[in-house]
Design a protein around this ligand. Structure first.
Ligand code: SAM
Ligand code: SF4
Length: 472
């Protein structure tokens, strides 16, 4: 069980290894060990990889010592993420010296960028497989078994893995992620994703609905629809040629069952439409929570970032959300110290955070990424000490906003979906409200179980968690 928010990039899960498949009766002769880094898309992709490997005779293990195949599903978003993976690979190289038959592979976003370095220069790995090439894994493993290097980093214009049923690993059995699109066409100047994950493409709507129905039938009570920019989801079925927009998809998923909650991540502020907002408002089971990354509060910096909205435009979007759904929670991504950022620009970011009253934010200092528009066009000219100081101010302000938001919830009642037993106490449940806030409350004498809904009154809070009592 994890007492964590549905995070785009969750620090507590970085490098997490998957547990063996639950209730898996197959007998395997070979085992794979996989660690995932980066955003939720990568964790979701690891479930697709697990499915492909499972079909090909590999069982999952959490014990690196018994693995025949070690995989790292990597992230390139910031330099630190890449350094962590590099360190892990060096550790695995030592293991490989003792067990030369064992294969080590790099998957995901670092694959394309660093394949030559990993394979030839540093000789760290046997396999390098990009995010669109996981179907070729069994073949590449065969090649690597025979002593060649297995490499496929080709990006695709149409791969969505729509027909592959992901193996739900490390699942709490209540909440699941469903990938609805891949890649990104936005070209934000700081971001490496369009280069590492390729062009945007939307998954077949029918296969998404089928997956959500299957999840509900297996006891899941919440799905989070995943994509770098879910609001630009657009799928045209061959059968009738009638396009499915994100608002339409959201409605169809909400209709799977009123008992199944629907969340989504991430929304680009320029793409979230009134249609989406009205659909959210119409269905109680679509959670009232939007992750709407701001990045910067200064129009000048936003322009350099190629975000295609201004400060005023973003403010109007926040106002519209609150107008249509007054109870909707908001979270954000914020970058401190982007190229040329002045103190005034930074103050604009702080003012915008205060205006938007984010319940939560993911906060980073700018990390220049090779090949991005910003790296080619602008100097990374903000000294590290200034970046860190500004980031600290952003973190401090968010801490204050989160506390104030929690304080406003004291005395309110919420419908909470129980996700599991609290990590800190067996006598307490942990669950989440529609606004995505974690609530911990005493089990009492009620006959409740994981996956049940319960009404909870908030009685207090800590920095990251609401505390409550079951309302009888
Ligand atoms: N697609 C999402 C969006 O547009 O908001 C998020 C994608 S990215 C995986 C998650 C976050 O990482 C971004 O919103 C941004 O704040 C941060 N990020 C991306 N590139 C960065 C960089 N070069 N330096 C620091 N933070 C970065
Ligand atoms: Fe990166 Fe921008 Fe695409 Fe998000 S929308 S993945 S920040 S390019």
């Amino acid at each position: 069980m994890f007492e964590i928010a549905t995070k785009v990039h969750d620090e507590t899960r970085q490098g997490e290894a998957f547990a063996p498949f639950a209730l898996d009766a197959n007998v395997y002769t070979r085992f794979f060990y996989i660690e995932s880094y980066g955003c939720q898309m990568n964790f979701s992709d690891s479930e697709i990889v697990a499915s492909i490997l499972g079909e090909n005779g590999f069982g999952a293990t959490r014990n690196v010592e018994e693995a025949d195949l070690i995989l790292l599903n990597t992230c390139s978003i910031r330099e630190k993420a890449e350094q962590t993976v590099r360190k892990r690979l060096t550790e695995f190289r030592k293991l490989k010296k003792q067990r030369p038959q064992m294969l080590v592979g790099v998957l995901g976003c670092m694959a394309e960028r660093l394949k030559a370095k990993f394979l030839e220069e540093e000789r760290l790995v046997d396999l390098v497989v990009g995010p669109d090439a996981y179907r070729s894994l069994p073949h590449l493993i065969e090649e690597a078994d025979s002593g060649q290097k297995g490499v496929n980093v080709l990006l695709s214009r149409d791969e969505t893995y729509g027909d592959i049923a992901p193996v739900r690993l490390n699942s709490n059995g209540v909440t699941a992620f469903v990938s609805i699109m891949r890649g990104c066409n936005n070209m934000c100047s700081f971001c490496v994703v369009p280069f590492t994950r390729g062009r945007e493409r939307s998954r077949n709507a029918e296969s998404i609905i089928r997956e959500c129905k299957d999840l509900y039938a297996s006891g899941y009570k919440e799905v989070t629809l995943l994509g770098q920019n879910v609001d630009s989801y657009y799928y045209v079925p061959e059968a009738d040629g009638k396009p499915v927009t994100f608002a339409m998809l959201l409605e169809q998923v909400a209709l799977v069952s009123p008992q199944m909650r629907v969340r989504f991540s991430t929304s680009h502020p320029k793409d979230i439409t009134d249609d989406v907002l009205f659909t959210m408002a119409k269905y109680e089971n679509i959670c009232k929570y939007i992750h709407l990354p701001l990045q910067s509060g200064s129009t000048r910096v936003l322009q350099l970032m190629n975000r295609s909205y201004t400060r005023e435009w973003y403010m109007a979007k926040v106002a519209r959300i609150k107008e249509i759904m007054p109870d909707c929670a908001l979270s954000s991504d914020v970058i401190a110290g982007f190229c040329t950022e002045t103190e005034e620009d930074h103050q604009d970011t702080l003012r915008m955070m205060a205006y938007s009253q984010y319940d939560y934010s993911y906060m980073f200092f700018y990390s220049e990424r090779p090949g991005t528009l910003a790296q080619r066009r602008y100097a990374d000219d903000i000294p590290e000490a200034v970046k860190k100081k500004r980031l600290q101010e952003i973190v401090d302000l968010q801490g204050k906003l989160s506390r104030e938001s929690n304080q406003r919830d004291v005395g309110k009642t919420f419908k909470v979906l129980i996700e599991g037993v609290s990590k800190k106490s067996d006598a307490h449940w942990m669950g989440r409200n529609s606004q995505n806030k974690v609530i911990v409350f005493a089990k009492g004498s009620y006959a409740l179980q994981t996956g049940d809904y319960v009404t909870v009154i908030v009685t207090g809070y800590t920095q990251a968690t609401l505390l409550g009592e079951i309302k009888s």
